[in-house]
Design a protein around this ligand. Structure first.
Ligand SMILES: [Zn+2]
Length: 478
């Protein structure tokens, strides 16, 4: 029997606010343990939370960007559970009245577009962090993260294969980063993902029993864990056995999922409305203000790049893969230069350079203006493509601009007909036999003559001009 996987993802994104969700403590990552805490986020008795408006604004941005309807009146809820890193004994979250719901995200896998439903996006606070490897005799608790704002984005079970889940996560991350509400760093925990997976006979409508996979801390990990889990469930079902509804942990080292101890998953959260917070109301004016300030999103930008700069789909999708790269590209185009040629240079030399050095595009040793200057020299014919690569390498090495490097290295393309004509004459005079053959009809010898001229000029001759002059002289029009 053939099975169809059904996958849903729950993604927690840490919001990039300066302060925590219910107090004024800093959210800065990497501070010494317990230095960014106060009575509120350590859960002291008698304190009252005050909602950070920025958190709501950021969550609404994500809701609008994914086509969700925004609930104008929503309530917070207490999610009760005991854990050492949760001093209050409950987490303030949203339960039956999430801020955003019923949105969607378009993903593309192998050129095939699919729309994945977003069930809901809600706001909540993060818990602290237990540290088990600092002290051999004890577990320690760091509450710096306690009260850091999160949104949880819950997809519909619309994903059908691990590659789609990967594409969905990539797109989600791209939008979060475009909106400047999350840094998207999965390795540092700013983006966390749990996956629900079940199998059903292909063509069936009913859902099978699902397993929830936790501890997915990289994009590749999500894909690998899904592959493993689908295979595991399929072999159970093929053997006529049942899939248990359970929570499983992904073990990236062993490349397998395994069940969590039942103690870890015994959840009865006893949700009830948070009595310390008034319901959250969002006015028309505020909603319009947030909507008006939304940046151009990746899909819209890609379409615009294709139309405005006449870029092929692939180029446009890479140029808009991040807002920073799109800004770099547009700054280069604005500084002058052929848009397609600039895209080629960024796709090859510039991205190779920043990847090789582990930099972000903003840190590229060759900035957009400098790149535009170089590319214009290529368009003008001053430099051949090959020379331009040499100049680029030298710009990276010295930090000089293209004209200065060209001047210093004496790198200049020869295209002056007089200067080049003299070289062509010399070459033809030295190859009388080949010239005879050419004139007798062996026109394939043209390449041979071009090669000789290039050699003579140490590659500095303009190939188009060399071709033109050779033809002219060989065919007796010179
Ligand atoms: Zn605090």
């Amino acid at each position: 029997m053939e099975f169809e996987p059904v996958i849903g993802l729950e993604v927690h994104a840490q919001l990039l606010t300066e302060s925590k969700i219910f107090c004024g403590c800093s959210t800065r990552f990497g501070a010494p343990p317990n230095t960014q805490t106060c009575a509120v986020c350590t859960g002291m008795p008698g304190v009252l939370p005050v909602l950070n408006a920025r958190v709501v604004e950021f969550a609404v941005r994500m809701g609008l960007a994914t086509g969700c309807s925004i609930r104008r009146f929503s309530r917070f809820a207490r999610k009760n559970y005991f854990y050492p890193d949760l001093p209050k004994g409950y987490q303030i979250s949203q339960f039956d009245e999430p801020l955003c719901r019923a949105g969607e995200l378009r993903v593309e896998v192998d050129g095939r577009a699919r729309t994945i439903g977003i069930h809901r996006i809600h706001v909540e606070e993060d818990a602290g962090k237990s540290l088990h490897d600092q002290d051999p005799d004890a577990s320690l608790v760091d509450l710096n993260r306690s009260g850091v704002p999160l949104i949880e984005i819950v997809s519909e079970p619309d994903l059908r294969e691990p590659r789609e889940a990967y594409a969905y996560l990539t797109k989600l991350r791209q939008i979060l980063v475009y909106l400047e509400i999350c840094d998207g760093n999965m390795e540092e925990g700013s983006l966390r993902c749990d996956a629900n997976v079940s199998l059903r006979p292909r063509g069936a409508r009913e859902l099978g029993t699902k397993a929830e996979i936790k501890n997915l801390n990289s994009f590749k990990g999500v894909e690998a864990a899904l592959h493993f889990e689908i295979e595991r469930q399929a072999s159970l079902l093929r053997a006529g056995r049942r899939v248990l509804q359970e929570t499983r942990l992904w073990d990236a080292v062993r490349g397998e999922t395994r069940p969590m101890r039942s103690k870890e998953e015994a959840h009865d959260y006893r949700y009830f409305p948070e009595p310390d917070l008034v319901p959250l109301a969002i006015s028309d004016a505020w909603l319009r203000e947030i909507e008006g300030a939304l940046p151009e999103l990746p899909d819209a930008k890609r379409v615009r790049f294709e139309a405005e700069y006449r870029l092929p789909a692939y180029d446009a999708s890479v140029m808009t893969s991040s807002r920073a790269l799109a800004d770099y590209y547009e700054a280069a185009v604005a500084a002058g230069g052929d848009p397609k040629l600039l895209a080629n240079w960024i796709l090859t030399e510039v991205l190779a350079l920043v990847h090789e050095r582990g930099l972000e595009i903003e840190g590229s040793p060759v900035g957009p203006q400098a790149l535009s200057e170089l590319v214009r020299l290529v368009s003008k014919g001053t430099l051949s493509g090959k020379m331009a690569k040499e100049v680029f390498a030298e710009m990276v090495r010295t930090g000089d601009n293209a004209p200065a490097v060209v001047e210093r290295l004496g790198l200049r393309q020869i295209r002056d007909p007089g200067e080049l004509g003299a070289v062509v004459d010399r070459v033809l005079a030295g190859s009388a036999a080949e010239v005879e053959k050419y004139r007798a009809g062996k026109t394939s010898l043209l390449g041979h003559f071009v090669g000789l001229v290039m050699k003579e000029t140490r590659g500095q001759a303009n190939p188009g001009e060399v071709n033109r002059l050779l033809r002219e002289k060989l065919e007796g029009r010179g």
